[in-house]
Design a protein around this ligand. Structure first.
Ligand SMILES: Nc1ncnc2c1ncn2[C@@H]1O[C@H](COP(=O)(O)OP(=O)(O)OP(=O)(O)O)[C@@H](O)[C@H]1O
Ligand SMILES: [Zn+2]
Ligand SMILES: [Zn+2]
Length: 818
């Protein structure tokens, strides 16, 4: 047995006891395939498990080792760099190693599937073949397809033969999940004989074989391949007609693999680089200087809305590709709009893979595979695209770096910003974080020199910023206006529509959905399983819990006191829409919220309609706040700016400032000047005032001053421990025990707060409490305290108790206990 290699494998069981690599022998026949990052099947106790090869230990004891049973992919799904990254993530974000590894591969690779072989389009039967190759080809010709297992049972057929043939295109290896193919195939029909032969055959057909004759004539004229569905619809024929002609050897039918391109059928107009303005040029240089030297830098690009950041990304990517390296662009899911995709596809065409949540598993897998095989060099996508398996990453752009959605709220609870920094450091790549409204953390870090700082303070071609008017809603009430719209906003809206322009009305969803309130006792109707008000959905007259999905009919009487004086309260998008219809009849409104965009493609359809001028007003929630660029929009209205200010979250002011600044940036981006109206109950609040006055610098200074005084990030870091249990008493006991355990073990500068009731004290019948730990370590390196937390988690005895640990959570009111 000497000379055999040993591989360390992390198996796919996310449990404490299995959260470490196990050693296996690499059998000689798999020697060539097994690499770091390979997915393998291994025996584990009585079971067979899937796992990832994470290393080849030098020290080894071959006794008792079992062999690896199988290698599951021809190309390892992960690179050694990603395997290493996963190790780091497991430590930093307190998750099992396998959970981090799994986060990096497409969902298709996590399910059960079988591998099937077929002859590939590159196979030419005339070529000389012999031996095992011939055996395999003959078998495939006979059966059409074979499972990999069946193929390997054939005389002399080995994995390396299969791999070689696949590389030459003689074989296609396909992964199938259940019955669904994960690689899409399409059927192509082509003439199998010269035109003369077809003509002759057509003449010999019986009179009533009309369809067959038509089809033959079609191929006499069209000598090229055609997709079967296209052929059938063109001739109004059925598949059986094709079947007959194929049987007679007149037509040829072939299945070819295709990528499911979600943007198929859409062409993207090729765009050329714009010549950069001097301000853009100087930012561009800050990015490409380290890029050319292959030096890792992080650049915070603080550029006002419409300052031309995207154009800089595009040109920096071109530079990266010219160097033979690859680039990743991260955008928040909601701004991964067709508009955005168009800009990248327009510049880089087929060199771009797009990864977003609207894709089916199969489509996502296709895009991922293009990245893994090197077919594309640019990946654009939401958070998880940070794991795009490029071998030589040169540039990573995080657009709208302040966005919450870069933090994953479930295991592994990583922040894409941190993962990106880690990857870029490893590759000697440049990380560009662009935004008009940096997170306070990034702003501070750039200020103290941790990041290179690049600023764009002017819009392209000096287009002016729209003037912002702040309307005090309390004043409106005092003067008797009970409408959702202030007099000013209403006037502006009317004027805008009269000019033939368009308006965007923005409503913050959080804390502002419509709920039902009893006017006698003041109680709102709550979810029986979660301590939270139910939300009113007008379309089907129901009340729904947004946390657990509980739904009930709108009650006629108050569930608390029996009074019949209940009314809907709050301002949902639906209510704004109704009020618009009442006060400004004839106005054409497109509403965009979770309800109208649930269906696939709806988001895009609505935006396109608005862009084509099919509506006067675009009314929506967060999802319309950023990225949109419509020339016709000259008015932006914010219905209520302060709904977020009152959330129990130290980032409330930051979020308010960011949102208002972003929303305001949607007006007057082109030739026409724009204006903004912000309605609020707290006009004097600094976040609202400074957003309106466009004083970013002042806002960040003020916010840093407050955070420093109250000791919040970036002046400390946080762990949030969320405990939940169906039994409130047991939960409280567990919380106190945990606090007692942790108190003497805190890290440097540690401070333990709690346990206190979580912002939402009960969800799905589980009570929730939290402990917050502040500490000083401002580097990303895991501390000994992480081990303490692991110890705490491992030591939980009560199977009903759940503990979720979040490092640097972005929202104190969210967070799970998984
Ligand atoms: N150098 C340039 N010359 C001419 N037009 C430009 C130039 N750079 C950008 N633009 C145009 O200016 C507009 C704003 O640019 P871009 O969308 O790149 O800005 P941005 O900073 O990414 O905006 P936001 O963050 O607000 O979405 C776009 O219509 C873009 O085509
Ligand atoms: Zn509920
Ligand atoms: Zn009541």
């Amino acid at each position: 047995m000497s000379g055999e290699r040993v591989a360390s494998v992390v198996v796919d069981v996310a449990a404490e006891a299995t959260d470490k690599p196990f050693d296996y022998l690499v059998p000689p026949e798999l020697e060539e395939e097994v690499a770091i990052g390979s997915r393998v099947k291994v025996p584990f106790g009585p079971r067979k498990l899937v796992g990832y090869v994470v290393g080849f230990p030098a020290e080894r004891d071959l006794r008792h080792l079992k062999p690896i049973l199988d290698v599951m992919d021809l190309t390892p799904p992960l690179t050694p760099e990603l395997v290493k990254l996963a190790r780091w993530m497991a430590r930093v974000y307190l998750c099992p190693w396998i959970t981090a590894l799994q986060a990096m591969v497409p969902a298709v690779l996590k399910g059960k599937y079988r591998r099937v072989l077929r002859l590939g389009p590159g196979f030419v039967s005339e070529g000389f073949i012999a031996g095992a190759e011939e055996t395999l080809v003959r078998a495939l010709q006979k059966k059409g397809e074979l499972s990999l297992k069946e193929a390997l049972e054939l005389e002399g057929v080995s994995r390396s033969l299969v791999r070689r043939m696949a590389e030459k295109g003689h074989l296609v290896v396909e992964e199938r999940v259940g019955d669904r193919t994960t690689r899409k195939r399409q059927t192509w029909i082509s003439p199998a004989q010269p035109a003369a032969v077809l003509r002759e055959a057509a003449g010999k057909l019986p009179k009533n074989a009309l369809r067959q004759r038509e089809m033959l004539h079609f191929f006499i004229e069209h000598r090229e391949d055609i997709l079967q569905p296209a052929l059938l619809s063109r001739l109004g024929a059925t598949k059986s007609t094709v079947d007959r002609l194929v049987d007679k050897g007149l037509l040829h039918r072939e299945e070819r693999e295709t990528y499911r391109d979600p943007f198929a059928g859409r062409s993207f107009e090729k765009t050329e680089p714009l010549s950069l303005t001097p301000a853009q040029e100087s930012v561009f240089q800050k990015i490409v200087a380290p890029l050319r030297e292959g030096r890792h830098r992080t650049v915070l690009l603080h550029g006002v809305t419409g300052s031309g950041k995207t154009e800089i990304y595009l040109q920096a990517i071109t530079e990266t590709l010219n160097q033979g390296r690859q680039a990743i662009v991260l955008v928040p899911e909601i701004s991964l709009t067709p508009q955005m995709v168009k800009r990248f596809k327009g510049r880089f065409g087929g060199r771009v893979a797009v990864l977003h949540s609207g894709l089916s598993h199969g489509e996502r897998y296709d895009e991922w595979r293009k990245i893994r095989t090197g077919e594309v060099q640019v990946a654009i996508g939401a958070r998880s695209a940070v794991f795009a398996p490029f071998p030589d990453l040169g540039l990573l752009v995080i657009d709208e770096e302040h966005e919450n959605s870069y933090k994953q709220e479930e295991q592994p609870r990583y922040h894409a910003r941190e993962v990106a920094r880690r990857r870029c450091a490893e590759h000697g790549a440049v990380l560009v974080m662009g935004t008009a409204t940096p997170s306070v953390e990034s702003y501070y870090r750039a200020r103290v020199g941790g990041y290179d700082w690049a600023q764009l303070t002017e819009r392209v071609h000096n287009r002016p910023f729209p003037p912002v008017e702040v309307v005090d809603l309390r004043e409106e009430l005092r003067s008797g206006n009970r409408s959702i719209f202030s007099r000013s906003l209403k006037e502006q809206l009317q004027a805008c529509v009269d000019r033939g322009d368009q308006a965007v009305l923005f409503l913050n969803r959080r804390g502002f959905s419509t709920f039902v309130l009893c006017r006698e006792c003041g109680e709102s109707v709550e979810c029986p399983h979660c301590d939270i008000s139910l939300t009113y959905h007008r379309t089907n007259q129901t009340l729904r819990c947004h946390y657990c999905g509980y739904t009930r009919q709108v009650p006629r009487e108050c569930p608390s006191c029996g009074s019949s004086h209940i009314r809907y309260f709050g301002t949902g998008t639906q209510r704004v829409e109704e009020e618009l219809a009442r006060t400004m009849p004839g106005l054409r409104v497109i509403r965009m919220d979770v309800d109208t965009t649930r269906r696939k493609g709806a988001h895009e359809r609505l935006l396109t309609a608005f862009g084509k001028g099919k509506a006067d007003v675009l009314l929506g929630t967060q999802m319309i706040a950023k990225g949109l660029d419509f020339p016709g929009v000259t008015l932006v209205g914010v219905i209520a700016a302060d709904t977020m200010l009152h959330l129990p979250d130290f980032r409330a002011a930051e979020r308010t400032f960011q949102l208002l600044t972003q929303v305001s940036g949607r007006a007057g981006r082109h030739d026409k000047p724009g204006r903004v109206v912000i309605q609020t109950y707290s006009p004097e609040h600094y976040s609202i005032r400074m957003a309106a006055e466009q004083k970013a610098e002042s806002f960040y200074r003020e916010e840093c001053r407050l955070r420093k005084r109250l000791r919040y990030p970036p002046f400390c870091r946080l762990f949030t421990l969320l405990f939940s249990h169906p039994d409130r008493v047991k939960l409280m006991q567990a919380g106190s025990r945990a606090a007692r355990f942790l108190a003497p073990r805190l890290p440097e500068g540690g401070e333990l707060l709690g346990p206190v009731s979580a912002p939402i004290p009960r969800i799905k019948d589980r009570y929730r409490i939290q402990i917050i730990i502040k500490y000083n370590n401002l580097t990303d390196e895991p501390t000994g305290f992480v081990e303490t937390l692991r110890g705490l988690k491992a030591g939980l005895k009560d199977p009903e108790l759940r503990l979720g640990i979040d490092r640097d959570g972005v929202s104190l009111s969210a967070g799970g206990d998984g």
